[in-house]
Ligand binder design. Structure first.
Ligand code: APR
Ligand code: PHB
Length: 401
C-alpha cells in the first residue's frame, strides 16, 4: 500500500487531520489498533474552544455540532459558599465555548470519512514506524494475521498516550516532562437534566466536583477521589449522595439523579514530550501531551496540533515548500505549554491535596496559597479575564514565511 500521509490512530486527532488533508486533495490512510465501536465507547470531555469549532467547520463536519451543540457564554467557579461566574463572552470580546461531546465529534468524523470513501484500517496490530529520518518512510502492521507495509511521505502519530509513535523517537533525542497528581476523577454519565445551565467547577472541603453536561437531557459529573478507590466501590447512590455534598446547596437541592450510563475513574497527569517531531514523524494530541481535565484542554490542544500540521502539509503539497515542516514542534509546543500551565493551575486551585506536600510546600501552606490565588483571581475583573481568555482558548499561531 502507498499513501502520502500515514496516520496512526483513529481518535479525534487522526480523524480530524485525515478529513482536513483529504479536503486539500492530500491522500491519507488511517491505521487503528481497535474497532471503531471501541473508539466510540470511550467517554471523554465535551467542551470545544472556538478554534476547534472553526476547524471542524472547515473540515466540513460541523453540521450536527451546529444543530445540537450548546454555545456557553459563561462558566462558574464555586468555593467557600460563593459562586463566581466567569462571563466568557464579555471578558474576551465575544468568545464562547461549545458544549458537544468528544464521542459525537468522533462519530461525525468517522461518518464523514466513510462517506468520502477514505481508507481506515481498524484492528491493526503491532504498528511499527520505519525510516522517518530518511527519504522513504513506511509503516508496517499486522491485519488478519498478515503483515502489511504502507509506504508514505510523512507519518502522523495520532495514537494517544500509550501509542507506538512517541516510543519511536530515541530516548537521547526526546525529553519527557511529567507530573502525576495524588488523586483521580470519578466520572458519571446519566440521562438526567443537567444540574445547572452552565458548568460549575466546585472546590470544597470534601474535594473537587464538576457539574458538566452533554445535552439538555444528558449530564456528566465528576468527583475527586483517592487513587486507591475502585469504581466498583462507588454505587450510583453513593455517587449522587457525595455529589450533593459538594455542589452549591441550591444546586444540590434540585439535582436530578438517575441510573448511570457510564462510570469510570481517570488518573490526572501533566505530560509533555519535547520535541513533538522526529524527521518525518509528527506527534499529535495525546501522543505528545496530556493535561489534567480541569479546564477541558486535552481535546482542544489536540485540535491545535492538527491545525498546525494541516497548514504545514498543505504548504508542502501545494507550494512544494518541504522546509516548513521544521516549524511544527516549536509552534505546537508554545501553545501546549500554555494549556499545560492553565490546566495545572486550575487543578492546583480547585483540588484538595490532603496531607501531600505540593511543589516542595507543606499541604497546609499550599492550600492557603491556592485559596488566596482563587480569591485574588475571581475578586477582580482582570483576574476573571485571565481565566476567561484561557478557558475559551488562546489563538492559533500561523506558520512563519
Ligand atoms: N496502533 C494504532 N492505533 C493506536 C495505537 C497503536 N499502537 N495505540 C493507540 N492507538 C489508537 C487508540 O486506540 C485511539 O483510538 O490511537 C487513538 C488515539 O486516540 P486518543 O487517545 O483519543 O488521542 P487523540 O486522538 O490525540 O485525542 C485527543 O484529547 O480530551 C483528550 O484524551 C482525550 O482522547 C482525547 C484527546
Ligand atoms: C466533561 O464534560 O467531560 C468535562 C467538562 C469540563 C472539564 C472536564 C470534563 O474541565
Amino acid at each position: 500500500m502507498k499513501t502520502q500521509v500515514a496516520i496512526i490512530g483513529a481518535g479525534p486527532s487522526g480523524l480530524l487531520l485525515g478529513q482536513l488533508l483529504a479536503k486539500q486533495g492530500i491522500d491519507n490512510v488511517i491505521v487503528e489498533r481497535v474497532t471503531g465501536d471501541y473508539v466510540l465507547g470511550r467517554i471523554r470531555a465535551g467542551v470545544l474552544e472556538q478554534g476547534m469549532v472553526d476547524l471542524l467547520r472547515e473540515a466540513g463536519v460541523a453540521e450536527r455540532m451546529d444543530k445540537e451543540g450548546e454555545v456557553h457564554t459563561g462558566v462558574e467557579l464555586a468555593f467557600n459558599d460563593k459562586r463566581v461566574r466567569i462571563a466568557l463572552d464579555e471578558l474576551t470580546g465575544g468568545d464562547t465555548v461549545m458544549v458537544y461531546g468528544q464521542t459525537e465529534v468522533t462519530r461525525d468524523l468517522m461518518e464523514a470519512r466513510q462517506a468520502a470513501g477514505l481508507t481506515t484500517v481498524y484492528e491493526a496490530s503491532d504498528v511499527q514506524i520505519h525510516d522517518v529520518k530518511g527519504e522513504a518512510p513506511y509503516i508496517t502492521f499486522e491485519k488478519n494475521g498478515e503483515q502489511v507495509r504502507l509506504d508514505c511521505d510523512y507519518v502522523a502519530g495520532c495514537d494517544g498516550f500509550h501509542g507506538a509513535s512517541r516510543k519511536t523517537i530515541p530516548d537521547d533525542v526526546k525529553t519527557e516532562h511529567e507530573r502525576v497528581y495524588p488523586f483521580g476523577w470519578l466520572g458519571l454519565l446519566s440521562d438526567t437534566k443537567p444540574a445547572h445551565d452552565e458548568l460549575i467547577y466546585c472546590k470544597t472541603d470534601r474535594g473537587f466536583a464538576l457539574a458538566s453536561m452533554r445535552s439538555p437531557t444528558r449530564s456528566r459529573y465528576y468527583l475527586q477521589v483517592p487513587l486507591t478507590d475502585k469504581v466498583e466501590q462507588w454505587s450510583d447512590d453513593a455517587f449522587w449522595a457525595e455529589l450533593k455534598r459538594r455542589l452549591p446547596a441550591d444546586v444540590a437541592a434540585t439535582l436530578e439523579t438517575g441510573p448511570s450510563i457510564e462510570k469510570s475513574i481517570a488518573p490526572l497527569r501533566s505530560f509533555v514530550c519535547e520535541p513533538m517531531q522526529y524527521g518525518k514523524l509528527f506527534l499529535v494530541g495525546d501522543a505528545a501531551h496530556i493535561v489534567p481535565p480541569t479546564g477541558a484542554k486535552g481535546l482542544n490542544l489536540a485540535a491545535s496540533d492538527v491545525a498546525t500540521l494541516y497548514k504545514i502539509l498543505t504548504r508542502v503539497y501545494k507550494e512544494g515548500d518541504k522546509e516548513c515542516v521544521t516549524q511544527y514542534s516549536e509552534i505546537c509546543l508554545r501553545r501546549v505549554w500554555h494549556g499545560e500551565r492553565f490546566s495545572w493551575w486550575m487543578t492546583n486551585m480547585m483540588h484538595d491535596f490532603g496531607s501531600v506536600e505540593v511543589n516542595g510546600t507543606d499541604s497546609v501552606t499550599f492550600s492557603k496559597f491556592m485559596e488566596s490565588e482563587l480569591n485574588f483571581y475571581t475578586d477582580n475583573e482582570a483576574g476573571r479575564r485571565v481565566i476567561a481568555m484561557q478557558y475559551v482558548g488562546l489563538p492559533y499561531e500561523d506558520l512563519s514565511k
